[in-house]
Design a protein around this ligand. Structure first.
Ligand code: PGA
Length: 253
């Protein structure tokens, strides 16, 4: 049985005061509950504030991105060792906003994944097709390409989580149906098995992301190959994020 993993991607939201309040509210809501791994991924400016707010808790801190060089003249960038130093246990790599808005390529993401692992961070690696690609029947080809860009036998599979995030569902309120999501998750797992072997692939978490809300989380989390969620908008409201975590917990009880 895979332990669900729910991560909150705060994106470019929250002042330090808001970050502290939200992180504390999440931690308070989770006290005594321990069936789901939970990570908060605030903007860089709030990392240490959130680290402080969750320091006695099992909640993990994550970055939303990092650069692949450990240090140097890269104005505006943050390295993986810096994230680890700030208290991060994991980092999101390859989010569709990074690919689309900031032009990140497979070659760059390959380097970022390795840099993150090298720095001791676990990786949430995002894959997913655009609406145009889905309508052209290219969903599996795109997801396979995103996986092939970074997957290789040198990655410790236990430190990698895949997040399937159809771009057309992110921030649009239009979520994939459980059937649509499960279909892609069931395509991803055998591809992980090709690289890491059947047992390792069976143990890997594949999150769904894209307009996960309290009212659709249970249906998604009930799918056999959906092992948690990468949550954007709904993670900014503690009660909503906690309801999604509860749905993930219920899916394994
Ligand atoms: P959303 O974002 O939940 O707001 O759709 C998900 C994500 O981008 O990870």
């Amino acid at each position: 049985m895979r332990r669900p993993f729910v991560a909150g991607n705060w994106k470019m939201h929250n002042t330090l005061a808001e970050a502290r309040a939200l992180a504390k509210a999440v931690w308070n809501g989770l006290r005594g509950k321990n069936r789901v791994d939970v990570a908060l991924c605030p903007p860089f400016t709030a990392l240490t504030t959130v680290a402080e707010a969750i320091k006695e808790s099992p909640v993990k801190l994550g970055g939303q991105n990092c650069y692949f060089e450990p240090k140097g003249a890269f104005t505006g960038e943050i390295s993986a060792p810096m994230l680890a130093d700030a208290g991060c246990a994991c980092v999101i790599i390859g989010h569709s906003e990074r690919r689309q808005v900031f032009g990140e390529t497979g070659e760059l993401l390959h380097k970022k994944v390795r840099a993150a692992l090298q720095a001791g961070l676990d990786v949430i690696y995002c894959v997913g097709e655009t609406l145009e690609e889905r309508e052209a029947g290219r969903t599996e080809a795109v997801v396979a390409r995103h996986l092939d860009e970074v997957l290789a036998g040198d990655i410790p599979p236990a430190r990698l989580t895949i997040a399937y995030e159809p771009v057309w569902a992110i921030g649009t309120g239009r979520t994939a149906t459980p059937e649509q999501a499960q279909e892609v998750h069931a395509f991803i797992r055998p591809r992980l098995a090709q690289v890491f072997g059947l047992d390792a692939a069976a143990a890997m978490r594949i999150q769904y992301g894209g307009s996960v809300k309290p009212n659709n989380a249970a249906g998604l989390m009930a799918c056999p190959d959906i092992d948690g969620a990468l949550v954007g908008g709904a993670c900014l409201v503690a009660a909503d994020f906690l309801a999604i975590i509860a749905a993930a917990a219920d899916s394994v009880s």
